[in-house]
Design a protein around this ligand. Structure first.
Ligand code: PHE
Length: 447
C-alpha cells in the first residue's frame, strides 16, 4: 500500500514545505497582535520558552510519528496502536485543521485584497476616510471579503490537488526565500524610523507584572503551537511523505529556529513602526491591517513597501494553508479512497463554507459572540489554538512517552544514539505534558 504513497523529492523539499507551513499569518499577523495584547517582552519570553521546552520537542514527536506510520493523522495512530483509542486525537486534529483554515483563509483573503489595492495604487495614499474606516468598510461588508476568501481557497486547493511534489514542494521552494528577503528589507525600513527604539523596548524589555495574569501563559502556549503548526497533524502528514533515511532532529530544530526567526523579525518590523507613529500596540487583530498601511503611507516608497509586505503575507499564508488542507485531504484519500483532486475540492468547499461564518461575523453577524470572544472568528481562533492544539499536542506527547517504549520513541526520532536523546525523552514524557496540563488548569482557574 505504501509503495504508491507520495514522497518529497528531497529532504530539503520537506524542510522548505515544513518551514512554509510553520511560517505564515501566525508569525506576522497573529504573533504581533497577541504579543501586543499580552504585554510585549514578557510574553515574548514565555513564547520562546514554550517553543524551546514544548514546541520543538513535540515537533519532533509529530514528524517522527508520521514518518514511522506513513499515514494521515488518524491513520498514523491506528497503524501504530491498532484497536486503541489514540486515533480519536487524530479526529480532533482533522477538526482543528478545518476550524483553523476556516478563519485563516478569511484573513488571508484580506491580505490578498490589500495586496491588490497596493498593486493597483489605491492604497498608495490614505483613502478619504482613512485606513481604519476603509478596513472596517471592507471587512464588515458581505460580498467582497467572501470573494477574496474564495479566491484564496481556490489558490490553496489548486496547489494541494497538484500533489505533494509538484504542488506544495515547488511552491515552497519559491515562496520561502522570497519571503525572507522581503521581511529583511522591511526591517531596515522600520528600524530607521524615529522612535523605533521604543518599539524595540516594548518587544525586548519584559514588564514582569503581566506574568500575574494566567491568560498570558495560555496565549503564549497557544501561539507556540499555532506558529509551529503543531497539534492538527499537519506536521505528522508532512512527515509521512518522508523516507526513513532522512534524519529528523536537525530538521526539526531548523524548522523551529526558522519559525522563531520569522516571528521575532516580524515583531522588529511591526513594533518600532507602531510606536514611531503613536499607535496602541494592543489594537488587536487589526494591528497589521490598519496600522501598517498608515505607517507605509508616511514612509518613503511606502506604496512599494506595502506591495512587498502584503505580497509576502499572502505567500506566507498560502504555504501554511496548503498544509492545513493537506490534513483532511490525506485522511479522505485513504479512508474514502478519493482521488487527490476530488478530496481537495470537496474539503476546500467545506472550509469555504466554514469561513463564511468567520467573515460575516465581522459585519452582518457581528452580534453573534459564542464563548464570549469578540466575534465568530476570534471564537474559532481561541478554541482551535488555545484548546484543540495543546490538547492534541498533549496526546501526541503521551503517545510517544507512554505508548512507545523508550527505545521505540528514540529510534522513531533518530535519537537512539544521540546524547540529547535522554533529555528529549524526559521533556516529552514528563515535562511537556505536565506543563500543558498546568497551563490548562491555570486558565480554567482551577490552579
Ligand atoms: N503555522 C501556521 C502559521 O503560523 C498556521 C498553521 C497552524 C498551519 C496549524 C498548520 C497547522 O501561520
Amino acid at each position: 500500500m505504501n509503495s504508491t504513497r507520495e514522497r518529497w523529492a528531497s529532504k530539503l523539499g520537506f524542510m522548505l514545505a515544513a518551514m512554509g507551513s510553520a511560517v505564515g499569518l501566525g508569525n506576522i499577523w497573529r504573533f504581533s497582535y497577541v504579543a501586543g495584547e499580552n504585554g510585549g517582552g514578557a510574553f515574548l519570553i514565555l513564547y520562546l520558552a514554550s517553543i524551546l521546552i514544548v514546541g520543538i520537542p513535540l515537533l519532533l514527536v509529530e514528524v517522527s510519528i508520521g514518518r514511522k506510520a506513513k499515514s494521515d493523522v488518524v491513520g498514523s495512530f491506528q497503524t501504530l496502536a491498532p484497536k486503541k483509542p489514540w486515533y480519536l486525537a487524530g479526529f480532533l486534529g482533522v477538526f482543528g485543521a478545518l476550524l483553523i483554515l476556516g478563519f485563516y483563509s478569511v484573513i488571508a483573503g484580506w491580505s490578498m485584497y490589500y495586496f491588490w489595492n497596493y498593486l493597483t495604487g489605491q492604497f498608495f495614499t490614505v483613502p478619504e476616510q482613512g485606513y481604519g474606516a476603509a478596513f472596517e468598510i471592507f471587512t464588515t461588508s458581505t460580498a467582497q471579503p467572501l470573494m477574496w476568501h474564495a479566491i484564496f481557497m481556490v489558490l490553496t486547493i489548486t496547489i494541494v490537488l497538484t500533489g505533494v511534489k509538484k504542488g506544495i514542494e515547488l511552491a515552497n521552494k519559491i515562496f520561502m526565500p522570497a519571503l525572507a528577503v522581503l521581511l529583511i528589507i522591511l526591517t531596515v525600513f522600520s528600524l530607521s524610523l524615529d522612535g523605533a527604539m521604543e518599539g524595540m523596548r516594548f518587544l525586548f524589555q519584559p514588564d514582569w507584572s503581566v506574568l500575574g495574569n494566567p491568560s498570558v501563559y495560555i496565549a503564549a502556549l497557544g501561539q507556540a503551537f499555532f506558529s509551529l503548526s503543531l497539534g492538527v497533524g499537519a506536521m505528522m502528514t508532512y512527515g509521512s511523505y518522508l523516507s526513513d533515511h532522512h534524519k529528523l532532529p536537525g530538521a526539526t530544530v531548523g524548522i523551529g529556529l526558522m519559525d522563531t526567526f520569522f516571528a521575532v523579525i516580524s515583531g522588529i518590523v511591526i513594533f518600532p513602526a507602531v510606536f514611531a507613529f503613536g499607535i496602541e500596540p494592543d489594537s488587536g487583530p487589526v494591528l497589521v491591517f490598519i496600522t501598517l498601511p498608515d505607517i507605509f503611507s508616511q514612509m518613503p516608497f511606502g506604496g512599494f513597501v506595502g506591495i512587498l509586505f502584503f505580497l509576502s503575507l499572502t505567500l506566507a499564508a498560502v504555504s501554511s494553508s496548503v498544509s492545513l488542507l493537506e490534513v483532511p485531504v490525506a485522511y479522505l484519500m485513504r479512508v474514502a479512497k478519493w482521488s487527490r483532486k476530488r478530496a481537495s475540492i470537496f474539503t476546500g468547499m467545506v472550509i469555504f463554507i466554514l469561513g463564511i461564518g468567520a467573515s460575516l461575523g465581522m459585519g452582518a453577524w457581528a452580534g453573534f459572540t459564542p464563548i464570549g470572544q469578540h466575534n465568530i472568528m476570534d471564537s474559532m481562533d481561541y478554541i482551535a489554538s488555545n484548546v484543540f492544539l495543546p490538547l492534541v499536542g498533549l496526546v501526541m506527547a503521551l503517545f510517544a512517552g507512554w505508548h512507545f517504549s523508550k527505545k521505540e520513541a528514540l529510534t522513531a526520532a533518530d535519537l537512539g544514539h544521540h546524547p540529547v536523546g535522554n533529555w528529549w525523552y524526559i521533556l516529552v514524557k514528563y515535562f511537556a505534558p505536565v506543563i500543558i496540563v498546568i497551563i490548562f488548569l491555570n486558565t480554567l482557574g482551577i490552579l
